[in-house]
Design a protein. Sequence first.
Length: 162
Amino acid sequence: EEILNRVQQSGEEYCYLTRNCAKGSTLALFEEFGLGHMEMIRALTAFPGIGMTGGICGPVTGALTSMSLYFSNENLLDYQDIRANVAARKFVRRFEEAFGSLLCPKVQEFILGKYYDPMASPENYESFNRAKARQRCPLAPGVGARIAAEIIIENMEKNKTD
């Protein structure tokens, strides 16, 4: 529980600091589990809502990036290693249970009460800010990182008993 709380808090803080939910969830998981490198974080710059178009929520892409590193085989040709996909399916199901959707607009509705599409216009951006989105939206990368950490820890515990 201590690890999960720490990962969630880090995911929220990193999102707030970077103003990027994909980076927030990923940084928290990279830090906790010793994964990845900073170039990968830079590569996630356009992944909040897949380029802020209303696509997949950034914490989903960030968490799946981290989980793929943890669960995948270093042999790029080993197509039979499905551990990352099995873990991803668990993550997707749990994230949808938590927020009702994988899509940024629906997650925003869950957290903020409506979707603001801050990139559509200066007025939308201002409304997004007035809704205290910067303070409230980090919940999603925090919870996303927590869910991914739960799945990683479950795997560690399973492997310990095998």
